[in-house]
Design a protein around this ligand. Sequence first.
Ligand code: PMP
Length: 438
Amino acid sequence: KSNAPVLDSYWMPFTANRQFKAAPRLFTAAKGMHYTTDDGRRVLDGTAGLWCVNAGHGREQITRAVEHQLATLDYAPSFQMGHPIAFDFAERLAALAPGSQDNKLDRVFFTGSGSESVDTALKIAVAYQRAIGQGTRTRLIGRERGYHGVGFGGITVGGLVNNRRVFPQLPGADHLRHTHDLERNAFTRGQPEHGADLADDLERLVVLHGAETIAACIVEPVAGSTGVLLPPKGYLQRLRDICTKHGILLIFDEVITGFGRLGAPFAADYFGVTPDLVTTAKGLTNGAIPMGAVFASRTVHDALMNGPEAAIELFHGYTYSGHPAACAAGLATLDIYEQEGLLTRASRLESQWHEAIHSLAGLPKVIDIRTIGLVAGIELASRPDAAGTRAYEVFVKCFEKGLLIRVTGDIIALSPPLIVEEDQIGEIVSVLGDVLRQ
Ligand code: PMP
């Protein structure tokens, strides 16, 4: 009897369903930089799982911490009750939080995923505006080609047009223009040079809708899932300035960029721009246990908790907010990040990473390469008449040759665990180069 699982009952994420079932690929184990497949092959992880396994796979410190926590206190509610490990974890995160000494985002709200973090941050923004007497500010601004998860809030501000067409939207939302300059950058390493005036598109929306209707603007500092789109120099700072000028809260969605991906703990640190709220998940627990966290400024937190319409009146929180096992995983993850210097390792590897990835320039069909921190986007010329994209074909061939990459449309995305060694960077580029040359 074959060991292959029956594929009928499990309804996978919609977009992946057909591709997977056409050619099932199963991982059964993982350690360090490698997965093992069901037929016993080793596959180098070029994507840190789904941008989340920043410290590499199978970390015993995390396993032990979770095991101990489950054996000691498996679950406790976060409503009217608490448990110490959630406070410990929040305290450790607060010390790491982005922001300056006098404006640190050191108020931490726990969620169960990136999508929950996004919905939480959007709700906090609207509730905050109301708490400070700005109840007309309910409009949310996102950006075309942004990705903010799959809650109704995240879909509304996100840039996945199919989702926006099918599902009802939160009323009044609008999107910053996605421009060519934010997309291809003529093979630039790091941020493209184009000025900050692209961010002035937010002024257009302010004029169009009226500042008094807008609660918040949410962007990924570096858009990940939609193809590694880098902000031009000055873009994020200009967004910050416009938001401040008009009383709009700025939210950075750092579900991907948080926890060392760019070579600083957060993208907010990397770019030197402090938003009002930061959403995180993924690297928070090294992907080991699902968890997210929203970081808020004290101004936002205090207005909500102590304002005339205190948040106490609102109901928001999750059964698994601050789950003990997730907090244990998170604390062990932070220990590893700190012991191994992983939150800044990407900055030490950055130039080598850039060199290696950019050596693929000039290969057939490669029309752009974008690198920042330990992230790369390699864009291929599209082939609209064919069944699958070229990038998907590249994904399949890389997998056969023992390398896991991620593809989104025509774009190959790379984001290896932050423990990646120099020879493994070489291996990623060599396999990918061979496949692209074919
Ligand atoms: N925001 C961003 C920027 C993301 O990349 C993702 C996931 N790729 C999410 C939100 C949603 O996170 P989750 O899948 O954990 O809900």
